[in-house]
Design a protein around this ligand. Structure first.
Ligand SMILES: [Zn+2]
Length: 373
């Protein structure tokens, strides 16, 4: 882990904005020292991480509140890379205040945002620009220390400059779901000729998928579980929104819109009931993208149906560096506007996680380190 190393001397010379001052030795963080869930998250004073030769130290301005943090803190899945105390936080944005000795592509004072999944940088997939599929993928805040703290050290290859005119909060809000959704849409080959069915279209990945698919010119049929969520999806400009709780047998409603069926079905949670119904809506040769399974993971699949319908099922996860950069470009020119729900100080992070668990949020919650806790 990067924070086990002594600080690089160069990390002590810059603070990013005109002033030159030594870095403190400790920092405020929200962290867990035992696994078990959100109740374990508490304020801690931790050492400011040192930087390895290929790493940068970032003074964190903002970081997003993501469902993945809840999974990581729960300890539900084996995670041999995790070291306690652990700082969650996938998508910090801030200012570069320290450079490892081998870093040549970043500058002190640069405004940057972190791409959460980090490819190894050397395998065939990483070299081919398909680092989303790197077998050695490690995520900030999951396999290594995250950004729910005043400082975070990350490899320079996971750091992108924030375009002018884009704020820290916006950059954090767009750094996780949008590049993941864009990487999936590219892998599936979505074009303006496609009609997508997106259950969970008001969710994080579902909402990002919906916005990006429309930017690609595709048509989206959103499916959601409440009238409030239907309104949120309509606010994204989506014409067709189906309430799957009010209409559990929703396939005829989709067929009424597209009689031949949808060409792409994007599944973000893999609820077995929604899955079975949604498969009735797909066209011959449709592509089914599976990008989450927290409501599954086991579903029914009739392989007779699969081959006769010539359907492809494609598993997608993570984001490529190319799609991350493309997302930042869309933020800069105003095509993408991530919805921001709550902005809270570091000490109130748990409040935002609870709101996420309650499913009464609309958009991304952000921790702003400049707010007094
Ligand atoms: Zn790799």
């Amino acid at each position: 882990m990067s924070d086990a190393r002594p600080p690089d001397p160069r990390a002590t010379v810059g603070v990013g904005d005109a002033a030159i001052a030594p870095l403190p030795s400790t920092m405020r963080a929200m962290a867990i020292d035992t696994l078990g869930g959100l109740d374990r998250l508490r304020p801690m004073d931790l050492p400011v991480p040192g930087v390895g030769p290929d790493e940068v130290l970032i003074r964190v301005a903002t970081v997003g509140i993501n469902r993945q943090d809840l999974v990581t803190m729960s300890g539900r899945f084996p995670n041999p890379d995790l070291r306690l105390p652990h700082v969650p936080g996938l998508d910090p944005a801030g200012v570069v205040v320290g450079l490892g000795s081998a870093v040549t592509d970043r500058e002190l004072g640069e405004r940057v945002v972190v791409k959460p999944p980090i490819g190894c940088g050397t395998c065939a997939l990483c070299r081919a620009g398909e680092d989303d599929a790197c077998p050695g993928l490690k995520s900030v805040g999951v396999h290594r220390q995250g950004g729910l703290a005043e400082y975070v050290a990350v490899p320079s290859r996971s750091v992108f400059a924030i375009p002018d005119g884009v704020g820290f909060a916006e950059a954090s809000a767009a750094a996780h779901a949008f590049p993941v959704a864009l990487t999936m849409l590219r892998r599936v080959g979505v074009t303006a000729d496609d009609t997508l069915l997106v259950p969970g279209a008001a969710g994080s990945i579902g909402g990002a998928t919906t916005q990006l698919a429309r930017l690609l010119g595709a048509r989206v049929i959103g499916a959601v579980g409440s009238p409030e969520r239907a309104d949120a999806v309509r606010a994204l400009g989506v014409e067709h929104v189906i309430d799957y709780r009010a209409n559990p047998a929703f396939a005829p409603l989709v067929r009424a819109i597209v009689p031949d069926g949808v060409s792409v079905y994007v599944e973000t949670s893999s609820d077995p009931v929604i899955w079975s119904e949604a498969l009735k809506t797909v066209a011959r040769r449709a592509r089914v993208a599976v990008i989450g399974a927290h409501a599954g993971p086991v579903v029914e699949l009739d392989l007779n149906w699969l081959f006769r319908q010539r359907v492809s099922i494609i598993g997608c996860s993570g984001s490529s560096r190319a799609c991350f950069g493309e997302t930042l470009g869309m933020l800069a020119d105003g095509r993408l506007r991530p919805a921001i729900d709550l902005v809270v100080p570091l000490g109130q992070a748990s409040v935002a996680y609870r709101r996420l668990m309650g499913r009464d949020h609309h958009g991304k919650s952000i921790v702003d380190l400049s707010l007094p806790s």
